[in-house]
Design a protein around this ligand. Structure first.
Ligand code: 4AD
Ligand code: MG
Length: 469
């Protein structure tokens, strides 16, 4: 086969691919469909660079290798040399008239699971090793990439430094959720101390360690040196919550800013989310249109709505009053002091205000120890951003920078000093007002993709009883 440089389907379908028109090009990819008859075969070829396929036309009679042609079935991987020409048929501007074809790998039509279109998302979860080859997951994976890139770009353009916080952690101070233990101890012969508890001094790190639930505490150490930092990494929570919005392994973005109060924190959250939504609208139009058509006809409108409307900011206390007066019967009743459920959050966003909402000043007893205490003695300077269809997408706060207040709260909540001595020292040496938040990457992916289940916006979801792939 003639050695030609591979062209991405994305580039061949660009409006300005004309320099290549009339020339021989090479494409490689996976066969989505094959139609045709004895004389001519039409192959829809996809290489994942874009949602669209390129049409490859094969003159069957003119091809002497029948065995090779038989292997070109749905799912097969092929390389094609051929002439790029304007298409006679409708549905595509250009197509390739094949001259030479190589089959890298066939896909037995009796066995390849992705024969037809229209598989359910549930079925696709069972074949997570192959689902990247579907239009839906191609679109999702490209969106994940674009969103990740935009996140780094936003922070880089705005003077934030990317801080790599550890994945294995020796403290469980955050209390954000149950943790996964990390150990090299022999499970069949665990060393125990005299009092019967596990002797972690014999473990790899000489102490009990877990996978992190958040990079925040280390993020604060970075902010109290570099002023503005962000983290973007995997986080792990071992809750047994089988919902459409929870994963056991998910990615979180956590900016942390010195010299910033809760208002600056809210300003950043709003500007950042609007930037990301705008970026996706501008750069992922094809994938968004596909997802809108396939799954959610309100998708693009909803993205535009978020981009164009000022988020409504109000206190937890005001929100509870609205919920109590709504006359709506919620599955979980509301009263001051309870943690809000997504049904409450979505009522506020979708029915009452019809725009994203930022709630502040939550009761201190339902929030983490590090949040700045308000003078009322009852609430803390927390802020949650609530989104349509999602509920909570961001959780954050201004941090308590006063050593004595923070120390007292740590004692009240029964947190072990030896776990957080290093965190406390930042308040002893050069403390500063500071704030930050955590954005759940997959929650944002749910919002920008219109998908209904968080298992369908991450390549390999980790949920209870599920770590096959
Ligand atoms: O509200 P959370 O628990 O906040 C923190 O972890 C803070 N340390 C963040 C900070 O201030 N730096 O989690 C932050 C966000 C949530 O708003 C949600 O979007 C997402 O992380 N999240 C989850 N996403 C998927 N699956 C889960 N199990 C999630 N738990 C939280
Ligand atoms: Mg939260």
């Amino acid at each position: 086969m003639k050695d030609l440089q591979r062209q991405r389907v994305f580039d061949l379908l660009q409006k300005d691919c004309s320099p290549l028109l009339g020339q021989e090009v090479n494409v490689k990819g996976w066969v989505r469909t094959r139609r045709g008859n004895k004389n001519v075969a039409f192959i829809a070829l996809n290489d994942g660079s874009v949602i669209h396929n390129i049409q490859v036309v094969v003159d069957v009679q003119g091809f002497d290798n029948d065995e090779l042609l038989r292997q070109i079935t749905t799912g097969a991987c092929i390389s094609v040399n051929g002439l790029l020409v304007e298409s006679q048929g409708k549905g595509q501007r250009v197509e390739i008239q094949a001259r030479e074809v190589i089959v890298y790998g066939g896909a037995d039509p009796e066995k390849y699971p992705l024969q037809k279109k229209g598989h359910t998302l549930e079925f696709l979860r069972e074949i997570a090793h192959l689902r990247p080859r579907t239009n839906t997951f191609g679109a999702i994976l490209r969106l994940r990439h674009a969103l990740s890139f935009a996140i780094h770009k936003y922070f880089n353009d705005n003077g934030f430094y990317y801080l790599h916080t550890p994945i294995i952690t020796g403290s469980d101070a955050e209390g954000a959720g149950a943790m996964f233990r990390v150990t090299t101890l022999d499970m069949k012969d665990v060393p125990v101390k005299k009092d019967g508890s596990v002797d972690y001094s014999q473990d790899f790190f000489g102490k009990e360690t877990n996978l992190t639930v958040s990079g925040q505490l280390e993020g604060e150490l970075g902010a109290l040196a570099l002023s503005n930092i962000y983290t973007f990494g995997p986080t792990f929570r071992a809750e047994n919550s089988n919902t459409s919005r929870h994963l056991a392994e998910f990615w979180m973005i956590e900016p942390e800013m010195a010299f910033c109060d809760i208002h600056g924190n809210m300003d950043l959250a709003e500007e950042f989310l609007k930037y990301l939504v705008s970026y996706i609208l501008e750069n992922c139009a094809d994938d968004l249109e596909f997802l809108q058509k396939q799954y959610d006809d309100g998708l693009i409108g909803r993205l535009q709505h978020v981009k164009e409307n000022k988020f409504r900011r109000l206190s937890y206390t005001e929100a509870v009053e609205i919920l109590e007066q709504s006359g709506k019967k919620f599955e979980y009743p509301v009263k001051w002091g309870v943690d809000l459920q997504s049904e409450h959050e979505r009522y506020l966003v979708e029915q009452h205000f019809n725009k994203p909402v930022i709630l502040t000043d939550y009761p201190k007893d339902i929030k983490a120890f590090y949040m700045k205490q308000n003078d009322d003695g009852k609430t803390v300077r927390a802020m949650d951003v609530l989104f349509p269809k999602i509920g909570e997408i961001i959780g954050g706060s201004q941090r308590e920078e006063d050593y004595d207040k923070l120390h007292k709260r740590i004692e009240e909540m029964g947190i072990h000093q030896e776990d957080v001595w290093w965190y406390l020292e930042t308040r002893k040496f050069g403390t500063a007002p500071h704030s930050g938040f955590g954005l759940g990457f997959e929650r944002l992916m749910l919002f920008v993709s219109g998908m209904g289940n968080i298992r369908d916006v991450i390549p390999f979801p980790r949920t209870p009883q599920n770590a096959e792939f």
